[in-house]
Write a protein that binds this ligand. Sequence first.
Ligand SMILES: Cc1cc2nc3c(=O)[nH]c(=O)nc-3n(C[C@H](O)[C@H](O)[C@H](O)COP(=O)(O)OP(=O)(O)OC[C@H]3O[C@@H](n4cnc5c(N)ncnc54)[C@H](O)[C@@H]3O)c2cc1C
Ligand SMILES: NC(=O)c1ccc[n+]([C@@H]2O[C@H](COP(=O)([O-])OP(=O)(O)OC[C@H]3O[C@@H](n4cnc5c(N)ncnc54)[C@H](O)[C@@H]3O)[C@@H](O)[C@H]2O)c1
Length: 454
Amino acid sequence: MKKMDVVVIGAGTAGQTVAYDLAVEGYEVVVVEKSETPGGVCSLAGCQAKKYFYELTELVAKSRHLAGKGVVAEPEVSWSQIVAAKNEFTSKIPSQTVAGLKGTGIRYLEGQAKFVNAETVQVGDEVFTPRFIVIATGARPMALSFAGAEHLVKSDGFLEMKQIPRRMTFIGGGFVSFEFAHFAARLGAEQVTILENTDRVLGPFDADMVDQLVMAGRKDGVEVRTGISITSISEQNGVYSVLLDSGEIHETDLVVHGAGRIPNIDFLNLEAAGINWNRRGIEVDELMRTTNNNVYAVGDCAATPQLARVADMEAHTAAASIVSRETGEVSLPIDYEAVPAVLFTYPQLAMVGKTEEQLQRDKIPYWKSTELDLSWPTYRRIGMKHAGYKILVDNDGRILGAHVLCDNGSGLINTLKQAVIDSVTAAELYQTNIMSPYPSRESDLIYMLEPLLD
Ligand SMILES: Cc1cc2nc3c(=O)[nH]c(=O)nc-3n(C[C@H](O)[C@H](O)[C@H](O)COP(=O)(O)OP(=O)(O)OC[C@H]3O[C@@H](n4cnc5c(N)ncnc54)[C@H](O)[C@@H]3O)c2cc1C
Ligand SMILES: NC(=O)c1ccc[n+]([C@@H]2O[C@H](COP(=O)([O-])OP(=O)(O)OC[C@H]3O[C@@H](n4cnc5c(N)ncnc54)[C@H](O)[C@@H]3O)[C@@H](O)[C@H]2O)c1
């Protein structure tokens, strides 16, 4: 029985962040990781890895939009070179992860952790009774129940493909499918289809903006179908037949899983530790404490948004809470009010705060400034046919929600995110953005805010 200060389960971004924070504070920390390739989804097969594909997607999409406006020939891209460039980056992550942790005095232990009781964690033959335990076990694609679901390629498999098939079909109309479908349509696939089973795709995003993105994608080769229920998938000679419950057979060369991710909690024996969870993940309070007072949960395994920097913030929050329990200082609760989300499609769809549907549902009064199908010079110059925005403010002019569809959604939403955090009014934001670098995506912000100034 070993008495460490802290056992962290999982060496993804959340687990590493909490481990470093606590090691720096002088805690004796062990990180337990079951994978032979530690480092986590974000680096190895998520945010970072997929950006190799996004950068080329942007290049191709932009050059297609500018054909005849200065671009004479579309750049020839090599899928295998993109994969190789990505692999050059990802191949170093596991050893860097272990070296980084060990170099900071953190013990790294390979193995699968599970709870024995409320205070005890077992990893192989080793049993720990630490003062605190942090669960950071991430998420994985959820199992799908239709026949032939084993034929689906998961997101990590997509990023490892040797070549890009001619026809690709994505199951689910969420983050993964939209991003990867936009990559596929620009990087070599000829027919790209998204099949969503509900009546709308990209549920968390503003419906009007999503409609614009769907139109933009359609123009560039991404077909989206909603209300589709899949009965089975079968394969013959490398061709996949997706049988829909309407009786239609949709033929394709590859089917990709983009139907949602569930928390990795099944093997942890959470019942033994008195830890509650639900379909979305482990239940936590605003300090990331679970229903077991000495156990915290952070990152994708918690019932909170599954985003990399949310995972990191949760890790910092948990670490600060642990430290505060000994120092008696007050540690700050996490606040999800201004979490930005960006879809790395082309154009990018970005949001912060509430959607118009949410405000209507919650009966919150609001004013809006919006333009869909935007044709400002900024976007005409780059041949973009679909760009748009929607800014929602309360009666005092404070921003309740902001939504942007353009080639630099991530940049613009950052400014709007700060406005939400600082609780500034549209008029104040207008004033501080007049002297923006001009002309730029950001300098357009004042035109978006103008209708809200009265
Ligand atoms: C394709 C894709 C693209 C994405 N793109 C973005 C993006 O652009 N921006 C963004 O913000 N987010 C993005 N995300 C989400 C982001 O990757 C996650 O929110 C983030 O990686 C979660 O980190 P984590 O540390 O919680 O989990 P993980 O990185 O999954 O780490 C969990 C670790 O725990 C280990 N583990 C699990 N169970 C056990 C056990 N019992 N014992 C020991 N170890 C265990 C796992 O092996 C793993 O190493 C993307 C996700 C995907 C799939
Ligand atoms: N840019 C980013 O920040 C980014 C990128 C990728 C993933 N992520 C994170 O990873 C999470 C998981 O992504 P995801 O795209 O797998 O899930 P998601 O939750 O975003 O979307 C899943 C979609 O699949 C649909 N669906 C479920 N079952 C289906 C079925 N049987 N047939 C057809 N459609 C079905 C759902 O209705 C939903 O629209 C995201 O919620 C996000 O937090 C973030």
